[in-house]
Design a protein around this ligand. Sequence first.
Ligand code: ZN
Length: 142
Amino acid sequence: MINRIEHLGIAVADLVKSEELFEKLLDRKPYKSEEVESEEVTTLFFRVGETKVELLEGQSENSAISKYLEKRKEGIHHIALGVTHLEYEINRLKQQGFEFINEVPKLGADGKRIVFIHPRSANGILVELCEDISKSPQDEEE
Ligand code: ZN
């Protein structure tokens, strides 16, 4: 089941500058910074009510974020939907005709298993599906 918008991913060129900017904007500090090896990105998370803002900076030229910034400007990079039963949702969405960038879940930031739906099959939006592996589905309501 798709439960909520888990976070918004924002591609930034300079994480230090963007941290300052988002601290001013949101009037709070980030709660977590994390390197994601599988994506070659450094992330910074701010809690905003029920959801989060994830700032993403590429660690190398090979990073998807660096490639994204070469083609486009900084801005909203992806929308992440929080799901329970990730494999079920992948199969359901494949049957509905959505194309995946990766169908086999990867380990993402913030204790998540993640897959991405290609923007060409989702109105130009890169959609991340993420399942929390730091707690069991029964704990979701906390
Ligand atoms: Zn994300």
